[in-house]
Design a protein around this ligand. Structure first.
Ligand SMILES: [Zn+2]
Length: 207
């Protein structure tokens, strides 16, 4: 009698810590690649399936799809903060550049927000001025920069970005039509409806 059957062969391809949905805590994991083989006398003969990868919690032994690594709340929070900072800098520089005239008052106000809201030590007034200059010259595309991070920013943080943009527009003391247009562009690039953007602006005027 020939003894045969199927058997899956696992190989660890990656290790680390992750947020295990089963343990609801930080745990060590192994990312494993497995493949099912036909075996004859327990010797793998040929593969019956393609490779598949999964994540295995070393504590509770649960198996998850690889996407579980992206559900890490801590990692997600850090990514959201980075996305927000990037969008805030982009929106601020874009507003300072909107009327084609990058004024010190606008750049300084922009930097004040970036600094207060945790923009990081590597962001300086000069960097924001240079970025605004690139946008004014058409050599940087604020819409593309904002679209790239829009998905990672929560709604209330998007409203905060619109509020910051409004106060930068007001820094030179006059409401320029180009600034209104830029505000709409910023809102649209952040996936906000025009009504939402106007609502945020209206609530600021009342406040
Ligand atoms: Zn677990």
């Amino acid at each position: 009698m020939i003894i045969w059957g199927t058997r899956s062969v696992n190989r660890t391809i990656n290790r680390g810590d992750f947020h295990c949905p089963q343990c609801k805590d930080r745990r060590p994991y192994r990312e494993r690649r497995s493949r099912t083989f036909l075996h004859v006398y327990w010797i793998p003969m040929f593969p019956l399936s393609g490779r598949s990868e999964h994540v295995w919690c070393e504590r509770c032994k649960s198996m998850f799809q690889r996407e579980v690594l992206m559900l890490d709340p801590r990692a997600q929070q850090a990514a959201a903060q980075t996305a927000f900072t990037k969008a805030m800098i982009t929106a601020s520089a874009a507003m300072a550049a909107a009327d084609g005239n990058v004024l010190d008052a606008e750049v300084e106000r922009a930097w004040g927000y970036v600094d207060a809201l945790g923009g990081g030590a590597d962001i300086t007034v000069d960097k924001i001025r240079a970025f605004a200059g690139l946008i004014a010259a058409g050599r940087a595309d604020p819409a593309a920069e904002l679209e790239a991070v829009a998905d990672m920013i929560p709604p209330h943080a998007k409203e905060l970005i619109i509020q910051i943009a409004c106060t930068i527009a007001a820094a030179d003391g006059e409401a320029d039509p180009a600034e209104g247009q830029m505000l709409r562009l910023i809102g649209a690039s952040l996936d906000m409806s025009e009504a939402h953007v106007f609502g945020v602006m209206a609530s600021m005027r009342q406040g």
